[in-house]
Design a protein around this ligand. Structure first.
Ligand SMILES: *[C@@H]1O[C@H](CO)[C@@H](O)[C@H](O)[C@H]1NC(C)=O
Ligand SMILES: *[C@@H]1O[C@H](CO)[C@@H](O)[C@H](O)[C@H]1NC(C)=O
Ligand SMILES: *[C@@H]1O[C@H](CO)[C@@H](O)[C@H](O)[C@H]1NC(C)=O
Ligand SMILES: *[C@@H]1O[C@H](CO)[C@@H](O)[C@H](O)[C@H]1NC(C)=O
Length: 455
């Protein structure tokens, strides 16, 4: 059974609990939850702990190409003063919103600032053994033919980061600097018509006078007659990503800094602020739906790319044959679970245009993702930048797969293909990115239970 795009358009059950049927075919949230929480989540968690997947090569040193003076606003520099008025994007300035944001979110206290700096820092510890292995990995990867190059991957500044040492969680990175990043992603990169209102901080209830809360960006986008399905899809993907990242930050919140160690855990208040329908004027439910939408899209991409990995000569190289074999087994198990899951998203409705149109669209999507990856270079907090880049690349890779159906069908059984290739970095981003979504849905389940208890 394929679930069409229309499925996800229909209003589901209400509440942050988001229960009920999402659509008129079979995409109900409960089935996705059960499938994810029991079949996928435990396996993908194990997979991402393996050496092949735990080390991600990324360049975190690229300067922000869009607003070079942002240092004043980011926690990196720990300025006590709020951003000067002239540096705040017009959208954030409007209404009472600015006052609110300064009062509530700028770091006014040096120790808070230091704390954020510490929480957002990357732990770059790598064992000597790992470092030696990486050189070997590079030799192996170089020997493969690669036809797509990513700036980050080929840059001499790119470094391996151990993802297990740097979990995605609350870092204290918020306020104007963080909004600026999301704002420009939505505002300038979402294929939206010029007339659309700015979303401002898309996760805060609208406060500015210029924003009529019953007129969200999303409703405007989905009402825009000039905007084709694919472009609306793009917006929903970004919104789903945003929701997912925020669920992680709420679920791994810094609850207490004890003498010996910090305590991380779910913060219901934070969660409510972002997703409770009452506190978000209904936006919360939509945000969560976009998360499920994104999950189904990435699930579909994994289904489509399975034949690429099922070929015997494709290995997940770390130099340890036994470990590599086990990692590949685990990956194939995940693919098998996905194949057995009956509810797939029907991407045909999405890319069904004329051939030329599809080609143009593919290129447009690619450029947008490249751009969003560059906007991530403007994120002031290293750890947030790391996870932002990884998840954007994961989604970019998923779309590349969906756009390459024909090439994947024609893969040669025993040799690399010129038509379709995935680099190590793309594979690591794809699986870790999907792992993050799977974790979000799992965490959402915990939040539902907590909300019930607290009622
Ligand atoms: C980085 O991680 C290692 C291994 O867990 C730990 O020993 C070390 O203290 C950490 N460094 C920092 C700065 O947190
Ligand atoms: C790792 O390598 C560095 C430089 O090669 C050396 O100084 C250090 O002692 C090594 N550490 C361990 C734990 O082997
Ligand atoms: C890329 O992002 C920047 C900053 O948000 C924006 O000014 C520019 O128009 C974007 N370019 C494309 C091709 O989307
Ligand atoms: C928002 O706009 C709609 C449609 O223009 C209008 O009916 C509604 O009263 C407005 N709401 C507020 C709070 O201004």
């Amino acid at each position: 059974v394929l679930c069409g795009f229309r499925c996800m358009e229909v209003q589901g059950g209400g509440g942050a609990s988001l229960t009920g049927v999402l659509d008129d075919c079979f995409c109900d949230v409960e089935s996705i939850d059960v499938f994810n929480n029991f079949k996928i989540y435990p396996r993908i968690k194990k997979l991402t702990e393996r050496d092949y997947f735990r080390y991600y090569r990324v360049n975190l040193k690229r300067p922000c190409p869009f607003w070079p003076d942002d240092g004043h606003c980011s926690i990196k520099d720990c300025h006590v003063e709020p951003c000067p008025e002239s540096k705040i994007p017009v959208g954030i300035k409007s209404g009472n919103y600015n006052k609110y944001s300064q009062a509530a979110n700028t770091m006014s206290d040096m120790s808070e600032c230091e704390q954020a700096k510490e929480l957002g820092a990357i732990n770059s510890t790598l064992s000597n053994q790992s470092k030696e292995a990486f050189a070997d990995w590079a030799r192996h990867d170089d020997a493969q033919d690669h036809f797509c190059e990513l700036d980050d991957e080929t840059s001499p500044d790119a470094e391996y980061v151990d993802l297990l040492l740097n979990p995605e969680r609350f870092t204290g990175y918020k306020g104007p600097s963080a909004w600026r990043v999301w704002n420009s992603i939505y505002e300038e990169n979402c294929f939206k018509p010029r007339s659309v209102y700015r979303p401002l901080n898309p996760l805060a209830p609208s406060r500015g006078e210029s924003i009529n809360s019953s007129f969200s960006l999303l409703t405007l986008v989905s009402l825009s007659p000039g905007l084709c399905l694919e472009k609306r899809v793009f917006y929903r993907l970004i919104s789903g990503l945003h929701s997912s990242i925020n669920i992680h930050l709420c679920a791994e919140y810094l609850l207490d800094e004890g003498w010996s160690r910090s305590v991380w855990g779910p913060n219901i208040q934070e969660f409510r602020q972002r997703f409770d329908p009452a506190e978000t004027k209904g936006e919360g439910t939509r945000r969560l739906k976009n998360l499920y939408f994104l999950y189904l899209i990435e699930l579909r991409a994994l289904y489509k790319v399975a034949p690429y990995f099922e070929r015997a000569f494709v290995n997940l190289y770390t130099g340890n044959t036994q470990e590599d074999g086990a990692t590949k087994d685990l990956l194939l198990q995940i693919f098998n679970e996905i194949k057995a899951f009956p509810m797939h998203f029907d991407e045909k409705s999405m890319f069904a245009g004329h051939k030329m149109e599809a080609k143009t669209l593919k290129e447009e999507f690619r450029l947008h993702f490249k751009n969003i990856s560059r906007i991530m270079d403007c994120v002031g907090c290293s750890k947030c930048r790391l996870w932002g880049k990884l998840q954007t690349q994961g989604l970019g890779t998923a779309l590349k797969i969906l756009f390459s159906e024909k090439e994947i069908k024609n893969l040669p059984e025993h040799s690399p293909s010129k038509g379709f290739q995935l680099t190590r970095q793309e594979i690591v981003a794809l699986m870790n990115g999907f792992g993050r979504l799977s974790t979000s849905i799992h965490q959402l389940h915990n939040f539902r239970l907590l909300l019930k208890e607290n009622r």
